[in-house]
Design a protein around this ligand. Structure first.
Ligand code: FAD
Length: 508
């Protein structure tokens, strides 16, 4: 059953996670004002699935069960699914800044492929276990937190070589009825207001570190789980035009001897398939990040246009203003186009689902990661200094100053000063505040730091093919090259015949 945002908020009352914010215990996540913007943002993914105008992209039919599911929990079966997901994520993120729940889609798709692969190699029954659990997640329309990034300790050492073993989540004990988890995941988006966590490794592991190659589902209120979170967005701040309503929390999640029964374990020591899972998740996630940050780009483009208008300027008459807006559009639609290309040139996994093209997914994510700072700069450029200089909103109600401030801080005569000030505060919120910093850093590091993308692009791009091409031209001349043209990096045909390869250390 597809929940509404209200039903989702109410569903959180049935859980009692151990949550701390700023050193205080949180009694009720659903009622905690410091988490409300995060719950509102996730709520968009629920409400939009009920809107007739969005239903085509926000919902999908899960072929393994026949059920109608939220797009954020669907398994992609073709390029059309990937394109719909991209559109759906852009839609919910332009409304909420970051709707967070799309990470569930990425981990479900990675696990769908990795569990099938593990069973084919080891004769295990992980895929069936996973399917049963996934169908329950889809039927109950749950929100999943992705607990992948370990605390990691000394980055130069593998997990088994760390002084403190608990900097990576690992299997502390194997029991006849399940496993016991210990360790710390350092950054989990939305943790307090998720229903369950999916624990998965953040890097490839060797046989020696097999106990770190673990993947399983854990309810957020399982005994032994502690969530140490930050406030979501800028709750209660009058100047926070957007992020007082919509925001995101991240949390450190500590697993202190957490028991996980067999039916919730999807990998437990199969280190090669765990490495495949890490990479498969990363590819799905980087593709999804493209949609998310394009939604953020939409907000900046719209806010920039309103600010220009309120300032009384016309991009058609003022070339430098038009250029800045065109740069903003080019960045946003440039990385989004990589997402479209990655969807179009997807590959089919042996289990039947599809993976977006690795090269285009990673290029898109790399572009948004590095260009986010240019996006902020361009929004600043067209807006002027008011976005950081505007007195606080309480001045709006100060009888001694209000009238005169409105008079002098207005722009075009036919646009009320209040409108100009509101857009100014919105741009401050999205590009200058600490919440703006969140958007920068999640773009840069979320889904893997730039080096992780660069490694993937270098590993998959057919540089040799290009070198051979030039060698052929040098040796024989242009007209003697009879090889078929390649339509896309590494692709032998439009459908793609190459099975996705196991990749090492892709997420980090
Ligand atoms: C806002 C936000 C939300 C996030 N949400 C989630 C989430 O929901 N779930 C989740 O699992 N993760 C999440 N992440 C984590 C994200 O995936 C990581 O931040 C990212 O993978 C980088 O890891 P790190 O932060 O530990 O940085 P580090 O690994 O410490 O990297 C810092 C720098 O050091 C470099 N580096 C690291 N190790 C090495 C090495 N061995 N050799 C050479 N260079 C190295 C990196 O390339 C990078 O430049 C989120 C991150 C952010 C910022």
């Amino acid at each position: 059953m597809l929940m509404t945002a209200d039903a989702y908020r109410e569903s959180l009352r049935s859980l009692s996670p151990r949550v701390f914010i700023d050193g205080e215990a949180v009694a009720s996540v659903a009622d905690e004002p410091r988490l409300a913007p995060g719950i509102n943002a996730v709520g968009i993914t629920y409400d939009y699935a009920h809107r007739p105008e969005h239903a085509a992209i926000m919902t999908a039919r899960q072929s393994t069960s026949g059920a109608l599911v939220n797009r954020m929990t669907h398994i992609d079966e073709g390029a059309a699914d990937l394109l719909d997901k991209l559109e759906a994520v852009r839609l919910v993120c332009r409304a909420s800044g970051c709707a967070q729940r799309y990470l569930a889609h990425d981990v479900l798709n990675g696990l769908y492929q990795a569990t099938h692969r593990a069973d084919a190699t080891h004769g295990t029954d992980y895929h069936q276990r996973f399917l049963s659990w996934m169908h329950a997640v889809q039927d109950r329309d749950l929100a999943l937190g992705i607990a992948m990034t370990d605390a990691k300790g000394d980055r130069s050492k593998r997990p088994g070589r760390q002084t403190r073993r608990d900097v990576y989540v690992h299997i502390a004990e194997r029991r006849p009825d399940g496993i016991v988890l210990r360790g710390t995941k350092a950054i989990v988006t939305g943790a307090p207001y998720m229903h369950e966590f999916v624990v998965l490794p953040c890097r490839t592991h060797t046989a020696e570190d097999a106990d770190f190659a673990v993947c399983c589902a854990v309810p957020v209120d399982a005994p032994g789980v502690t969530i140490v979170a930050r406030p979501a967005g800028r709750p209660g701040e009058a100047a926070a035009k957007f992020s007082a309503t919509y925001g995101q929390t991240t949390a450190v999640v500590i697993f202190d001897d957490v028991f996980v029964p067999h039916d919730r374990i999807f990998l437990a020591g199969e280190h090669e398939e765990a490495g495949f899972l890490t990479t498969a998740y990363a590819t799905h996630h980087r593709h999804t990040c493209i949609g998310a940050r394009a939604g953020f780009g939409d907000l900046l483009i719209g806010a920039g246009a309103l600010m220009i208008e309120a300032n009384g300027l016309d991009p058609d008459r003022h070339g430098h203003i038009r250029d800045a807006m065109v740069d903003l559009i080019t960045i946003t639609e440039g990385f989004y186009a990589c997402g479209v290309a990655a969807s179009t040139y997807c590959t089919q996994d042996p289990v039947g689902s599809v993976t977006p093209d690795v090269v285009f997914s990673n290029i898109g994510k790399l572009l948004l990661a590095t260009k986010i700072y240019d996006m902020h700069r361009l929004a600043h450029q067209v807006s002027g200094g008011l976005i950081v200089a505007l007195p606080g909103p309480d001045e709006d109600h100060n009888p001694e100053t209000h009238a005169s401030l409105a008079a002098v801080l207005g722009g075009r005569d036919d646009i009320p000063a209040a409108q100009r000030l509101a857009v100014s505060r919105l741009i401050e919120d999205l590009t200058v505040s600490h919440q703006a910093g969140w958007y920068s850093v999640i773009s840069l590091h979320g889904g893997g730091s730039p080096e992780a993308m660069k490694r993937e692009i270098w590993r998959h791009y057919p540089v040799r093919e290009k070198a051979d091409l030039v060698q052929t031209l040098l040796d024989r001349g242009v007209l003697d090259d009879t090889r078929p043209g390649s339509r896309q990096p590494g692709r032998c045909c439009a459908r793609g015949c190459t099975e996705p390869q196991r990749l090492a250390d892709a997420a980090e």
